[in-house]
Design a protein around this ligand. Structure first.
Ligand SMILES: Nc1ncnc2c1ncn2[C@@H]1O[C@H](COP(=O)(O)OP(=O)(O)O)[C@@H](O)[C@H]1O
Ligand SMILES: [Mg+2]
Length: 142
């Protein structure tokens, strides 16, 4: 599925709509250049699930942010600064993927591609103009 976004709000809406389909156990693999809108997209996901987009910050410096909500918990990771799969393994990424009530969202997912499950929902964000983004969502049959 390919979506066009012309604003931050539209990007959040696209993400929130996707999030409404989550039941737990999903992994969302986000890719796109710096400033493409990956973190904005996560805001939309969290808003779709939790209702509060302002809680979301870029995890680039802390590697992992956690947003609990009811029986689902969003784990928001950023692979930008990882030096190898062992960084992700040491913060328990493989165990997160096993949790049935976890939504695991990874920015810069291609940097840890070997660790991503086959079932991951792939989201690629391309910046075409200052406010224009092309968002490609590959649900991988789910
Ligand atoms: N249509 C759009 N969708 C998402 N972000 C947009 C859009 N247009 C402009 N932006 C801007 O692009 C930047 C995206 O930043 P961010 O989400 O942190 O990117 P990333 O996490 O991919 O590095 C923000 O400054 C945002 O205001
Ligand atoms: Mg980011």
């Amino acid at each position: 599925m390919i979506e066009e976004s012309h604003s931050v709000e539209q990007t959040e809406m696209i993400a929130a709509r996707l999030a409404e389909t989550f039941r737990g156990g999903e992994c969302i693999a986000l890719d796109g250049e710096m400033g493409a809108g990956k973190t904005q997209f996560v805001r939309g996901l969290v808003r779709g699930l939790v209702g509060d987009p302002h809680a979301v910050a870029s995890p680039t410096f802390v590697l992992l942010n956690v947003y609990p909500h009811g029986h689902l918990t969003v784990y928001h990771l950023d692979a930008y600064r990882v030096h190898g799969p062992q960084d992700f393994e040491s913060i328990g990424f493989p165990e997160l993927l096993e949790q049935p009530n976890a939504i695991v969202v990874v920015e810069w997912a291609s940097r840890v591609s070997d660790l991503l499950p086959e079932r991951a929902i792939r989201v690629n964000i391309e910046s075409l103009a200052p406010e224009h983004r092309r968002i490609t969502i590959d649900r991988n049959g789910t």
